[in-house]
Write a protein that binds this ligand. Structure first.
Ligand code: PMP
Length: 292
């Protein structure tokens, strides 16, 4: 038996999980999504991910055909159908089928699908050695154009940046905003460490309010660290004692080099390691529990 996909209320085989070529998610990137993890039968921050999905769709005036509780049940049902205790969950809501014009009023009903799969972890090396980053020419979407706080299916801003990072021979890109302030990476938020203070860009510079970012902010206090949300430039990155990234798929990733400047000792620092440990403790005990 192959992978089962949730599609508009039904669990279907992977080969049958298809959407129309007239779906505006495909024609225009008109839709929203979430990437979620489950750890040993606990879906981490499921409620927060669903809230962000509904918030993104609210601004897009995209009506999600399921209420929160039903959507939560659909996620759990899909995990169970696939017998997955540790999974990466991709929840997607598209505008649905319309005509070739972009007018969303022509799309009668949104399409929902949920893909749950085994998590493909990033190489261990990433966590042991740290990543290399480069700031790239593509500027992060301006909040007054397409606000990065909306997690939409239009990820070309991020994809262009990823291509530029690859061209530059580094692992990941840092996008600046139109004023030159650091925003985030293509799928992760960014933190600097100096002494007992962590600093991360505020949402208004143009970032996705990451749920892992929020978890780090939540645990920092009890670990004896202060977190400030303040705009900063590349210079602050270069002179930080440590830099790390946060994201659902990557969790917490140490950074070794940025734009060819060595960060700290050029390997995962003690504060980053402490946060990696605490974060793992959190994911092993918190979440929506399900049994297979
Ligand atoms: N920024 C962007 C652009 C992202 O796509 C993601 C991944 N969803 C993040 C940051 C990290 O957010 P989270 O911690 O909620 O996964």
């Amino acid at each position: 038996m192959g992978l089962k996909i949730y599609l508009d209320g039904k669990l279907v085989e992977k080969a049958d999980a298809v959407v129309s070529v007239f779906d505006h998610g495909l024609l225009y990137g008109d839709g929203v999504f979430e990437g979620i993890r489950s750890y040993d039968g606990l879906v981490f921050k499921l409620s927060e991910h669903l809230d962000r999905l509904y918030e993104s769709s609210h601004t897009l005036r995209l009506v999600v055909p399921l209420k929160k509780e039903a959507l939560q049940n659909a996620v759990i049902e899909t995990l169970k159908a696939n017998g997955l205790k540790d999974a990466y969950i991709r929840l997607v809501v598209t505008r649905g089928v319309g005509d070739l014009g972009l007018d969303p009023r022509k799309c009668a009903k949104a399409t929902i699908f949920i893909i749950t799969d085994k998590i493909t972890l990033y190489p261990r090396e990433y966590y042991e050695k740290g990543l290399t980053l480069a700031t790239v020419p593509t500027v992060r979407n301006h909040p007054e154009a397409l606000n990065p706080q909306l997690k939409t299916l239009n990820y070309l801003n991020n994809i262009l940046a990823k291509i530029e990072a690859t061209n530059a021979g580094v692992d990941e890109a840092i996008l600046l905003n139109s004023q030159g302030y650091v925003t985030e990476c293509t799928g992760e938020n960014i933190f600097t460490v100096k002494g007992k203070t962590l600093c991360t860009p505020p949402a208004y510079v143009g970032i996705l309010r990451g749920i892992t970012r929020q978890s780090v902010m939540d645990i920092a206090g009890s670990m004896g660290y202060k977190v400030i949300e303040e705009p900063f430039t590349r210079h602050e990155l270069y002179i930080a004692e440590e830099v790390f990234l946060t994201g659902t798929a990557a969790e917490i990733v140490p950074i070794a080099k940025i734009d060819n400047r060595v960060i700290g000792e050029g390997r995962p620092g003690p504060v980053t390691k402490k946060f990696m440990d605490e974060f793992h403790k959190l994911t092993s005990k918190e979440g929506v529990r399900y049994t297979l």
